[in-house]
Design a protein around this ligand. Structure first.
Ligand SMILES: [Zn+2]
Length: 234
């Protein structure tokens, strides 16, 4: 039995746990996530600007279509006006033409407003589009940085796993099973160090009597922390 092999295994597993803990909490990951969200927001704003342009375009076309219909009607009424003789009939036709002219004038106003709206939408879209290449490049760069940090963590895991296989190889199957059991029992850290007078697992200061108990365990046998019950290695 080699207690320090238990400790070696524990140190490797703790390093693997720290690696796994770090991965979803990387500042590079948060930065990448933020840039992704910002780019999505920019694209959404661009879609909104495009929808504004499209709606204005539809309003322009509708106004032009309605104006053309009114023009046709007015041309017909004007032709009719030339043929009528009765003043009352002529007056009625002229009134109808006036109404059409007023409607056309309203349509012209609507079309102008829609043209303004379209121009504003286009200016907004152009400003947003101008931001796009820089934002895309920043995101690509952040993705690259994140990937390289992940690669480093992966390399660290591979190295730790090879160390772990070597460390576990110095223990018997029963000892590895015992190690796994205490690690599970103590939620990751089943083997502690005796550091000065305290246990690195529970951080309790051991009394002189407790220290004597731990030190009385012969080298090559496993001692237990009298405070927490973890395997404690001198
Ligand atoms: Zn302890």
């Amino acid at each position: 039995m080699n207690p320090s092999a238990f400790l070696a295994l524990q140190d490797i597993d703790s390093a693997l746990d720290a690696n796994a803990h770090k991965r979803p909490r990387l500042p590079e990951g948060a930065h990448h996530q933020q840039l992704t969200a910002e780019l999505a927001q920019l694209r959404q704003q661009m879609a909104q600007a495009q929808a504004r342009i499209d709606a204005a375009q539809a309003a322009i076309e509708a106004a032009e279509h309605a104006a053309a219909a009114l023009t046709t009607k007015r041309t017909r009424l004007e032709a009719q006006l030339k043929t009528v003789i009765a003043p009352r009939e002529a007056e009625a036709l002229m009134h109808e033409i006036d109404v059409i002219n007023a409607q056309r004038s309203d349509l012209d106003d609507q079309e102008l407003a829609a043209l303004d709206e379209q121009g504003e939408g286009e200016a907004t879209l152009a400003a947003l589009q101008a931001e796009l290449p820089e934002r895309e490049a920043a995101l690509a760069q952040a993705a690259e940085v994140l990937q390289s940090v992940h690669d480093q963590l992966d390399a660290e895991v591979a190295e730790l796993q090879s160390q772990r296989a070597a460390a576990a190889g110095t223990l018997t199957e029963a000892e590895v099973a015992l190690y796994e059991r205490v690690r599970h029992q103590f939620h990751g850290v089943g083997v502690a160090r005796l550091e000065g007078g305290h246990c690195s697992g529970c951080h309790m200061e051991l009394s002189a009597r407790e220290l004597d108990i731990v030190k009385a365990v012969p080298a090559g046998e496993l001692a237990e922390c009298p405070q927490c019950g973890r395997i404690i290695v001198r």
